[in-house]
Design a protein around this ligand. Structure first.
Ligand SMILES: Nc1nc2c(ncn2[C@@H]2O[C@H](COP(=O)(O)OP(=O)(O)OP(=O)(O)O)[C@@H](O)[C@H]2O)c(=O)[nH]1
Ligand SMILES: [Mg+2]
Length: 316
């Protein structure tokens, strides 16, 4: 059943979408019901992941991309995921200020998501946020993640097109990056090309991609030099994004990626449903006894867990 809130979200209402996003962040039971209702209206937007080490200019690049997409009359959603705010508390504000010139544009919707404390992992929360923006009928959804740790690998599974942003002088850093992101990225941007060493980095990347066979595969990732802060290289990047989108559709790769994503969402949903199902049925008395047995080594956590699961299922 479509509630009033869902109707409003489908019409692109910013306040309604904001409310659902808050419910998602707070992981309220309502959020699940509402996500169920909007699911049929998702799957239309092109999802672009923008990742890379801290400070390379991801937000500045996204800001410039918004301007370009809007010029083509495309509507844009932005989700800035911010693991660094745990330490600084200020990065979110920085992004907001940077993208503020779009804040009065009805065709642009920007939201930040703090990456801390998510029981279902980053991908679950991000995917839910993407669904909301998708249902709002945004043509393009840009997701900014700082390329550090697991989040940068997760983005590959969430996005249709992943852009890895680097800056000159990063040759050594590349050697240390997780192999997955270099292999998985669809487009490389060398931002801050106004600084020395951009061409060098481009050559290093080319060699690396050749070694990995990426330049002989079906999709050859472009390497684009950009100066986001001066708007340089942005048109080329937009063309490359659209070229990738065309490739995804014509090669059948889009279908494949979306199936993989559906699988990821399904397994995540199974895990969290099972977890709350079991938690709801755990008998405290029984739990105390099991804990005693564990401490006294009369049983082990693996057998005890299976016992709890079996007992919960038999109860129904
Ligand atoms: N010289 C130069 N500076 C740039 C360029 N693009 C962005 N910057 C500057 O780099 C700094 C960081 O830019 P951001 O867009 O915040 O970078 P970010 O990757 O989003 O940073 P985090 O979200 O903190 O990881 C800012 O001071 C920008 O003005 C560029 O092309 N050339
Ligand atoms: Mg940023």
């Amino acid at each position: 059943m479509k509630t009033q809130l869902i109707e409003k979200i489908l019409q692109g209402d910013v306040r309604a979408a904001g409310r659902l996003m808050r419910d998602i962040e707070d992981e309220t039971p309502d959020a699940i019901e509402e996500l169920k209702s909007i699911y049929p209206y998702t799957g239309r937007a092109h999802i672009i992941g923008v990742t890379g080490p801290p400070g390379v200019g991801k937000s500045t690049l996204i800001d410039a991309l918004i301007t370009s997409f809007r010029r083509e009359s495309m509507t844009v959603g932005v989700i800035a995921i911010d693991p660094t705010s745990i330490f600084t508390g200020g990065a979110l504000l920085g992004d907001r200020v940077r993208m503020q010139k779009h804040s009065t544009d009805q065709g642009v919707f920007i939201r930040s998501l703090a990456a801390r404390g998510w029981t279902g992992g980053l991908s679950k929360a991000t995917t839910s946020m993407i669904h909301v923006m998708d249902a709002m009928n945004k043509d393009i959804i840009l997701v900014e993640t700082v390329g550090a740790g697991q989040a940068e690998i997760d983005i590959l599974r969430i996005a249709d097109t992943t852009i890895l942003v680097l800056t000159p002088g990063m040759g050594d850093a590349i050697q240390m990056m997780k192999a997955g992101i270099l292999e998985g990225a669809d487009i490389f941007v060398i931002n801050k090309a106004d600084k020395d060493g951009a061409e060098n980095l481009k050559m290093e990347l080319q060699v690396m991609l050749e070694v990995k066979g990426k330049l002989r595969g079906e999709w050859e990732p472009g390497i684009i030099l950009a100066e986001a802060v001066y708007g340089k290289g942005i048109e080329e990047l937009v063309r490359e994004i659209l070229r990738h989108r065309e490739f995804l559709t014509s090669s059948g790769e889009l279908e494949k990626r979306r199936r993989e994503r559906a699988k990821l969402e399904l397994t995540t949903a199974i895990e969290s449903s099972l977890k709350s199902y079991i938690n709801d049925r755990i008998d405290n008395h029984c739990l105390e006894k099991l804990l005693n047995d564990l401490v006294q080594k009369k049983t082990n956590p693996y057998s005890a867990a299976l016992g709890i699961i079996n007992r919960s299922i038999k109860l129904d």
